[in-house]
Design a protein around this ligand. Structure first.
Ligand SMILES: [Fe+2]
Length: 593
């Protein structure tokens, strides 16, 4: 039985295919079209999934769309009518785009996949999020928390899963939304909404949460974790461009200029920003103020999510928690939940945002609509496209690129360890690309985390990131608790997917400075031998050579581009950046000998 899940038209479009209850393939559309956060109908991702399964559209038993377009449209219409005439522009744009494609998704799926309309089903946005977490988890029973910007009407929900059933017990409805509150601050701090939320999270440790009281003027939080926003401060319900308004600015001051470089008196001025401006001290202080704002919204978000998690525990009595929705990608919040909420185990799958809705839709369809039993646990994130050795070799030969081939894996890994120890920055492409926004050792850029100058080296050569974007550590799971405050790391699925930020142990901070953030934390990936054998071996050999079984791991892409998929894209990135070494499966290409 083949079941396809689709998500699109909002944030990240994606497709996921189940066969007889096991996941066969899952991918976000951006990896194929090379448009970051591509939200159009995911034709390429669907074709890829069908190709992996060796089937065609008409062979599908069911196709499930991740949300209910008509209900969402109803929300847009009702909200814009309430806010008329201020919302005239939203209303006009909504009519144009929704009347064009979005409402007619059923006939589009029918046409593209050549299947009967009776095989096309619709889930609900937050039910898809809930299903993506619970049905991928190893838990027979768990509390479920979903929090995002907005789905149809729901912006957060508490649910309970048991066996093949999920019940949503309570919800928060639009316009009251923790995700949209966080996004308003993302925009205020000069970042792109739905893209820059990580930057707010990374900026927070540079500041102090001095404005918590002010944030609580915007959000009224009850003891049970439910909340309301004071809509006098926001515009997202009546504008397509603005998320916050004049009153918000009266409270927090002028928004941060998106073009302003981020540095504070404590970070100094990074050399890769170019020449130091004359008024550098003034800018540093101004950035400190914005970091205080970031710290304040991050602290309030942590409190809200923690209170909701406590409520989920209270209502379900469960010792296990599954989380999904864009807010579940806030790995600092997740680390706090692990630490402070009364759950023994937590599960989050790697594409916790809207891309993951495709997976949730497929799982909802298979278990809840078609009543089939569970047998799948998502143990790893490697569900994307793969490019075999033959394809890589023929590309290298055809393009006249000089390479070395290593038939012996030990030799291959040994050679990469030497490169890393020599301070070289290594592009590393292996197997199937990752599901979700994190590179977990199949499309990664790797470097030596022991050198304090390595952050600047990777930034200067490739990433050009501001200091608030820390680089992540990949560590052998067996050695993870030696370096990070994470007892019994093998039990924690979110740690496999870089979804926890924890403290780096005091005695190890100097040991891995390039992956320790300014507040002494790290967003670790605990690497398991059985899910990523070659990557595991690389870190193991690096550990044998240096005493530190940790590697700096950042996603294989240039700033503003999606993570690479093909060897061609990897080579292009290698060539136009200052990366030193490129490893494509068993082939190594060196720059500058
Ligand atoms: Fe969502």
């Amino acid at each position: 039985m083949h079941v396809l899940g689709i998500s699109c038209y909002f944030h990240d479009a994606a497709a996921a295919l189940m066969r007889d209850g096991e996941l066969v393939a899952a991918a976000e559309e951006e990896r194929f079209t090379r448009k970051k956060h591509d939200f159009e109908f995911p034709s390429h991702a669907i074709d890829f999934c069908l190709q992996v399964a060796g089937i065609e559209g008409p062979d599908l038993d069911a196709v499930i769309f991740f949300e209910k377009p008509f209900v969402k449209f109803e929300r847009l219409l009702m909200t814009s009518m309430q806010m008329f005439p201020r919302s005239y522009k939203v209303f006009r744009e909504a009519m144009i785009t929704w009347m064009g494609d979005k409402l007619w998704i059923k006939s589009l799926i029918q046409k593209r996949l050549r299947i009967l309309p009776s095989r096309i089903l619709f889930s609900e946005h937050h039910l898809s999020h809930a299903a993506s977490a619970f049905f991928c988890s190893p838990f027979e029973e768990a509390a479920i928390l979903t929090i995002d910007g907005v789905g149809e009407w729901t912006t957060a929900s508490i649910g309970w899963g048991r066996g093949t059933e999920i019940k949503l017990l309570r919800e928060v409805r639009f316009p009251h939304s923790l995700g949209l509150l966080y996004s308003a601050f993302t925009a205020f701090l000069g970042f792109e909404v739905n893209e820059g939320e990580y930057k707010v999270m990374g900026m927070a440790p540079f500041g102090k949460p001095r404005y918590i009281d002010k944030v609580y003027q915007l959000i009224h939080l009850a003891d049970d974790g439910s909340f309301e926003l004071d809509m006098n401060y926001f515009s997202f319900h009546c504008s397509t461009e603005k998320t916050f308004n004049r009153k918000f600015v009266e409270l927090f001051g002028p928004p941060r200029d998106p073009k302003m470089h981020f540095f504070t008196p404590s970070t100094g001025y990074p050399s890769y920003f170019g020449l130091k401006p004359a008024d550098y001290e003034e800018f540093g202080k101004l950035n400190e103020h914005y970091a205080d704002v970031a710290a304040s919204i991050q602290a309030v978000t942590e409190t809200v999510v923690l209170r909701m998690a406590n409520q989920a525990h209270h209502e379900t009595g469960s010792k296990r928690l599954c989380m999904a929705g864009g807010v579940a990608l806030n790995s600092v919040v997740n680390g706090k939940i692990l630490h402070d909420a009364p759950f023994e185990e937590i599960y989050i799958q790697p594409a916790a945002g809207d891309g993951g809705g495709a997976l949730g839709a497929a799982l909802f369809g298979y278990h809840m609509a078609l009543g089939q039993p569970r047998k799948f646990v998502m143990e790893h994130a490697y569900w994307g496209e793969e490019h075999g050795e033959e394809k890589i070799e023929s590309f290298l030969r055809r393009s006249g690129i000089g390479y070395e081939q290593f038939d012996d894996e030990e030799q291959l890994v040994g050679r990469v360890v030497e490169s890393l120890q020599a301070g070289r920055v290594v592009g590393w492409l292996q197997g199937r690309f990752e599901w979700g926004p994190r590179a977990l050792g199949n499309r990664s850029i790797l470097a030596d985390p022991r050198r304090s100058d390595m952050k600047d080296i990777v930034n200067t050569k490739i990433k050009f990131r501001e200091p608030y974007r820390p680089f992540a550590p990949s560590v052998l799971v067996e050695r993870a608790s030696e370096f990070f405050d994470l007892p019994d790391p093998s039990r924690h699925y979110p740690a496999r997917f870089m979804l926890y930020v924890t403290d780096v142990n005091d005695n190890k901070r100097d040991c891995v400075p390039a992956v320790t953030h300014v507040d002494g934390t790290g967003r670790l990936q605990a690497v398991h031998r059985h899910v990523a054998p070659r990557f595991y071996k690389l870190i193991q050999r690096f550990g044998e050579a240096t005493g530190v079984p940790v590697i700096l791991n950042t996603s294989f892409n240039l700033k503003g581009e999606p993570i690479v998929n093909t060897p061609q894209e990897a080579y292009r990135t290698f060539r136009i950046s200052e990366m030193d070494t490129l490893v494509l499966d068993r082939y190594i290409i060196e720059k500058g000998g």
